[in-house]
Design a protein. Structure first.
Length: 346
């Protein structure tokens, strides 16, 4: 194996390792959310996670979008995302009706169910990427930041088709696509990386001491400025400040990510299964009433450990083998070429 191949292999391993660490953060954040109004420790850990995990997840998604941005492979990915969205939007709605008996439940494909906003946004990010592939990367980045800021002023429901999150997190997708590999090259071993890891932990401590007084809505990116209670003309400056915080926190967190190929890398290749299936487990935990028995912040490490266990469990090869027909269906079954259509109609 030549040096260039080795560097690329380490780079791919780094991104797969990061992807699994981030999906663990997604599960931990979702598991802690019912507790953030009750325990300061849960709120601090939740806020710290949200300063980097979704921006980095979108960044990684943008990096892997380089493999199939357009052409037949790009169209196939778009079809896959659309099919996953329709299928799991239906399955989660069915669970709400049959298991949780949620009142006034209506199936709507215009209001993504919880975590499924990411699929709706991913679909739009790829369309926007395809529309701007002829642009210079710097113009694409500037335009995405402007869209992220301007979108907050529009008088629309931020949850509608994940409108707000699509534009708020768009800059991170473009950065991942255009600059992901070059940014990765700056993550080196040595004292700088150790210092970044310490600063990342220091940010958690600072948040725990009450240093970040902010609505979680700003970090989730799901609401417009008006929905966040800000009607001032300068509300967009707050969005730019949040971008700065997320970029700094995300850059510091990268120091925790190993580059070596390991079991972590292997599980990182199956994060889609963890992402799409973990919502059922989280909803079942909340529905079971187990959170009613948590009376102390001392249970927070237990909740975190269970979330990590769920992530590892759902990333196993056996889970992929069992759910692959649903999560990664054969797109060719849902596609008809023109010749086939004419033959059937003849």
């Amino acid at each position: 194996m030549n040096n260039r191949t080795g560097i690329r292999g380490d780079q791919e391993s780094f991104f797969y390792n990061l992807r699994f660490m981030l999906i663990v953060c997604v599960l931990v954040g979702n598991a802690l959310e019912p507790l953030i109004t009750r325990f300061a420790g849960a709120e601090a850990l939740f806020l710290w996670i949200y300063t980097f995990h979704m921006p980095l997840f979108v960044w990684v998604t943008g990096y892997f979008a380089r493999h199939a941005p357009q052409g037949a492979s790009g169209r196939k990915v778009l079809k896959q995302i659309a099919l996953q969205y329709v299928l799991f939007q239906s399955l989660y709605a069915l669970m709400d009706v049959t298991v949780f008996h949620t009142p006034h439940m209506k199936l709507s494909f215009f209001a993504p169910y919880l975590l499924l906003w990411f699929l709706a946004s991913h679909f739009c990010w790829r369309l926007l990427l395809r529309a701007t592939l002829s642009w210079k990367p710097i113009y694409r980045l500037i335009a995405s930041i402007l869209l992220g800021v301007v979108a907050g002023y529009l008088p629309v429901d931020g949850f509608w088709l994940s409108f707000s999150r699509t534009f708020v997190f768009l800059p991170f997708f473009m950065i991942g696509y255009d600059y992901g590999a070059s940014i990765r090259s700056y993550v080196r071993t040595g004292w700088g990386r150790h210092a970044a890891a310490i600063l990342s932990a220091g940010l958690l401590i600072w948040i725990g001491l009450g240093g970040l007084q902010i609505s979680t809505g700003w970090l989730m990116g799901s609401m417009t400025y008006a929905e966040l209670g800000h009607h001032e003309w300068y509300a967009g400056i707050y969005r730019l400040t949040i971008y700065a915080l997320e970029m700094i926190s995300g850059a510091l967190f990268l120091a925790w990510v190993p580059s070596l190929t390991s079991r972590l890398t292997d599980m990182g290749r199956r994060t889609l299964y963890v992402f799409l299936l973990h919502g059922f487990l989280v909803r079942l935990m909340i529905w079971s009433g187990v959170y009613n028995y948590i009376e102390s912040g001392l249970y927070i490490p237990v909740i975190v450990a269970i979330a990590v266990m769920f992530a590892v469990l759902l990333a196993q090869p056996a889970v992929r083998q069992a759910f692959r027909p649903v999560i990664e269906p054969d797109i060719s079954r849902f596609s008809l070429h023109r010749r086939e259509i004419f033959k059937r109609s003849a």
